[in-house]
Design a protein around this ligand. Structure first.
Ligand code: 13P
Length: 281
């Protein structure tokens, strides 16, 4: 596994985005890794603090390492949305190569202070750090909880990045965690201003259901990592229900294979969509 900075390096140079896919069990981890093996395009395996009830960081790392044996394409193992210092340290100790410290609900000075502390620890063991400024609204079917929508302030983003030394910055520009309730309202001017102020890779949370034309515009304006969770879950749950109704009494082992294929359908779609390179780049 590589750290996030290594995984995003080629995307920074060649102006595309790397997909970060939320995983919570064997089928989701296997689905992401099999797509990387087939497509030979970098990706990020993302495990959120919210899923600690499903798996321990150690079991995620062991499975990810085992299933990715022989892959030379860059792959990162990332702790997604983590508000707890303790869980950040647990993930680093378990072998995660990247962590997201989410201090977005703190006031800016406290967010800077805590993020800086985590950056110092993480960098001392070659682990990358993502942070977030601003906050996303909650859409439909999200498991991330819905926050109040606060767009990222470009001047604050510049100051935050300089003061903390983070490796990637998640921004709020109108995407939502979950599926959109209406038409997405993305403020591309905010993203353009942040991109002018900040040179590190920018991260777009709330990838599920975001139309391809918006994704392309975001990539043109500095987005280098895009998170996808809800759509993986929705597609796999719906496909599982269909399979069971068509194959009553099916065996659980068969269901696991079906679910891995369903995960792959969404991961493949987004890896290819994000790998778009803007003209003239
Ligand atoms: P979606 O659930 O909208 O895809 O967002 C995922 C995300 O941002 C995880 O951090």
């Amino acid at each position: 596994m590589n750290n996030l900075s290594v995984v995003l390096r080629d995307a920074q140079v060649n102006n595309y985005a790397v997909g970060s896919f939320n995983i919570y069990n064997y089928e989701t981890i296997k689905g992401v890794i099999e797509c990387v093996r087939e497509l030979k395009i970098p990706a990020i395996i993302a495990f959120g603090e919210a899923y600690l009830e499903n798996m321990s960081p150690e079991s995620v790392r062991v499975l990810a390492d085992t299933l990715s044996e022989g892959i030379v394409t860059p792959l990162a193992l990332h702790l997604d949305h983590c508000k707890s210092f303790k869980n950040i340290i647990k993930a680093i100790r378990a072998g995660f190569t990247s962590v997201m410290y989410d201090g977005s609900s703190l006031d800016i000075e406290e967010n800077i202070r805590q993020t800086r502390e985590i950056v110092d620890i993480a960098h001392s063991v070659n682990v990358s750090v993502e942070a977030e400024l601003g906050s996303l609204a909650g859409g439909k079917y999200s498991n991330e909880g819905g926050g109040r929508e606060i767009y990222t302030d470009p001047a604050q983003a510049k100051r935050f990045v300089e003061a903390t030394g983070v490796d990637a910055l998640a921004v709020s520009i109108g995407t939502v965690h979950g599926m959109y309730k209406g038409i997405p309202k993305i403020d591309m001017d905010v993203l353009r201003s942040i991109h002018r102020e900040v040179s590190i890779p920018l991260v777009l949370h709330g990838g599920s259901g975001t139309p391809e034309n918006i994704i392309r515009e975001c990539i043109k304006n500095g987005i280098r990592k895009i998170n996808v969770n809800t759509e993986i879950s929705m597609h796999t749950v719906a496909g599982t229900a269909k399979y069971i109704s068509e194959n009553p009494g099916c065996h659980l082992s068969k269901l696991s294979l079906v679910q891995t294929e369903l995960v792959k359908e969404i991961v493949r779609k987004y890896i290819l969509m994000f790998n778009f390179e803007p003209e003239g780049s």
